[in-house]
Design a protein around this ligand. Structure first.
Ligand code: SF4
Length: 189
């Protein structure tokens, strides 16, 4: 097994942060990086996770800050609040048609296309390494991890439909591809 050179992982950590900032630095400047992150999150999150508190965990920020970001996007007409649950007290956030139109100008599109252009083995290895690093860091910080059903230990695959043992719900194809706040990686505790 090869060993990292001294300073190599400092460079890597700086590179990852630089790549993230560069990826978010262009596009429609009318939204902040936090607003773009929220818009993207609510477009990708499943029905159990489209709440301001789940977004605060995803964005590693306080509930107050996350609520302010959501509120600003609701005021811009890019997100909408809907009552959720039998008592109607909890709130589910949905991306509006204007929000989906805004996502066509997502600054991350350029970064996605750069990643798409990588040779497939490199792209696959990078994805695996980053997922592994995110899982390790989340565990060290006791932070929740977000992921999708195919790699979740709560998911029981079925021929007709898969079943989630956490939410006790059948999972549709869109559910399977969506981000989930209750995700638990299959290989971890
Ligand atoms: S199987 Fe896992 S990722 Fe999918 S909805 Fe259930 S808890 Fe979330």
């Amino acid at each position: 097994m090869s060993v990292s050179r001294p300073g190599e992982n400092e460079d890597l950590a700086d590179l990852i942060v630089h790549l993230a900032r560069l990826g978010q630095s262009a596009g429609d400047a009318s939204l902040t990086a936090a607003q773009w992150t929220a818009l993207r999150y609510f477009a990708r999150a499943n029905r159990f996770s489209r709440t301001p508190s789940a977004f605060s965990e995803f964005h590693a920020t306080t509930r107050g800050t996350a609520s302010q970001t959501v509120k600003s996007l609701v005021a811009l007409g890019l997100l909408a609040r809907h009552s959720h649950g039998s008592d109607g007290r909890s709130t589910l956030i949905e991306v509006t048609p204007d929000g989906h139109a805004m996502l066509e100008h997502d600054p991350l599109r350029a970064l996605r296309s750069v990643l798409d252009a990588l040779p497939s083995e490199m792209n696959h290895a990078l994805g695996q390494a980053l997922r592994h690093a995110v899982a390790d860091l989340a565990q060290r910080r006791a932070a929740p991890m977000f992921g999708t059903c195919a790699e979740c230990r709560h998911c029981e695959p079925g021929d007709e439909a898969s079943f989630c043992h956490c939410t006790q719900a059948l999972l549709s194809a869109p559910d399977m591809a969506a981000l989930c706040v209750d995700f638990r990686p299959a290989s971890r505790g």
